[in-house]
Design a binder for this molecule. Structure first.
Ligand code: SF4
Ligand code: SF4
Length: 81
């Protein structure tokens, strides 16, 4: 599992930072192409994958990804078992 930020879509509103119960996220100094400060996953080890950040992002810029499921899906697509 991992939290992924699509930097191009983030507008730096910090709603995800506010809703994260574990203080995993923070607004960084880095700006995207639109000039917004973007969120970074500062403390991934503290994440419980509750998905509150994803549910509260109004711009669908942040995702909780299950990499194991992704790998299984990729294998199935290739026809492997
Ligand atoms: S999944 Fe939950 S704990 Fe992890 S960054 Fe998002 S809100 Fe925080
Ligand atoms: S809620 Fe979405 S748009 Fe707002 S700072 Fe977080 S990732 Fe960026």
């Amino acid at each position: 599992m991992a939290v992924y930020v699509e930097e191009r879509l983030c507008k730096g509103c910090a709603l995800c930072v506010h809703f994260c119960p574990k203080d995993v996220l923070n607004l960084s100094e880095k700006r995207n192409e639109k000039g917004y400060n973007i969120v970074e996953v500062g403390y991934p080890e503290k994440c419980t994958y509750c998905e509150l950040c994803e549910m509260n992002c109004p711009d669908f810029a942040l995702f909780v990804i299950d990499e194991r499921a992704e790998r299984k899906t990729a294998k199935r697509a290739k026809g492997a078992k």
